[in-house]
Write a protein that binds this ligand. Structure first.
Ligand code: DGY
Length: 329
């Protein structure tokens, strides 16, 4: 069942690889088949392809649920995702079946923090709105009150989530001289917070007092749609909301209403629900929102490293060795 005709372990890769890095590594030791189109592998194709595989190399666009795991068969030893988020994998099912799960934390922290700060500045200083005016004839003259945004200097910033990425965002914001950096997290992170002069506050305090709120948490049952109507109501009217975590942490209808009614100043989103966002989505009609297509970790070297680690995680998983990064389940 599990062995291919070559006698090697078999791996299914659900995405075309970054410069073939991961696939080349896997091919040295395994029989590899892969989906080669730029769009995610269709569900029925995935269900067909996983049958009899020893490992699955997947991405956040693939729902690896109990049906896929069951269909793969009892020989399935490990699943590795080319992402730090793993909410698309049914880890409870993996635990039940002794399947190991690999992921790619750390290597994408800097790239994601960098993009989050870029998105924050693009939103607060209205870069995309201003850029459009250059092309559509809206740029008539320099004017004292034209295209004014909100500066970071002297502003209070709240980070929702203070893990690896949250801390790196904070470190990058310090030189902009905010008046105060705060964080909301499940656990007190005293040592890390002291270094960054960040103060832990309640979610309510963050909502009520911040000029900028940055969602950089994992999507879990606790954080699902935590930014809802109630949360947006509590925010200051000049608040700018940034999300580089997951679209699922936001009630998007509530966010859209808050932006439309100018209850908050603006939003910068690298993640949405769904992805891609349909072209007729009401968010796309608003001027006070900047939307990016989930490119937090999209720098070439980061993606190469993510691919390499995903492959190494699979090889380790198949041999029963220590993975580079394994989800503890
Ligand atoms: C992740 O890794 O979870 C990011 O969202 C994409 O790199």
């Amino acid at each position: 069942y599990s062995k291919t005709t070559s006698g090697m372990k078999s791996v299914y890769v659900t995405r075309p690889d970054v410069a073939s890095i991961g696939i080349d590594l896997l091919k040295k030791e395994c029989d590899v088949s892969s989906w080669s189109q730029a769009v995610p592998v269709p569900r029925d194709e995935l269900l067909r392809q996983v049958v009899g595989k020893d490992a699955i190399y997947c991405a956040l666009t693939d729902k690896i649920d109990s049906e896929i795991i069951e269909r793969a068969g009892p020989q399935l030893k490990c699943i590795a995702t080319i992402s730090v988020g793993y909410e698309h994998i049914d880890v409870a099912e993996c635990k039940k079946r002794g399947i190991r799960v690999g992921y790619t934390p750390d290597v994408l922290t800097d790239a994601t923090a960098e993009l989050t700060v870029a998105l924050l500045l693009a939103t607060s200083r209205r870069l995309f709105e201003a850029n459009k005016e250059v092309y559509n004839g809206g740029w008539k003259s320099w004017a004292p009150d034209w295209m004014c945004g909100q500066g970071l200097k002297g502003a209070r910033v709240g980070l929702f989530g203070f893990g690896r990425i949250g801390q790196e965002i904070a470190a990058r914001l310090v030189p902009f001289k905010p008046s105060k950096l705060t964080y909301t997290a499940r656990t007190e992170r005293t040592t890390e917070a002291v270094k960054l002069n960040a103060e832990r506050v309640s979610f309510d305090e963050m909502l009520c007092e911040s000029d900028f709120i940055v969602a950089c948490c994992a999507l879990t049952p606790e954080t699902k749609e935590i930014f809802n109507t109630d949360a947006f109501k509590k925010m200051k009217s000049n608040a700018i909301f940034i999300n580089s975590a997951r679209g699922g942490v936001v009630d998007q209808t509530a966010l859209c209403a808050a932006l439309k009614d100018k209850r908050i100043l603006g939003a910068g989103l690298d993640v949405t629900t769904p992805e891609p966002l349909p072209l007729d989505d009401p968010l796309l009609k608003l001027d006070n929102v900047v939307i990016l297509p989930h490119i937090g970790s999209a720098d070439v070297n980061t993606r190469i490293e993510m691919s390499r680690i995903t492959a190494l995680n699979i090889l380790a998983g198949l041999k029963g060795e220590k993975m580079v990064a394994e989800v503890s389940i």
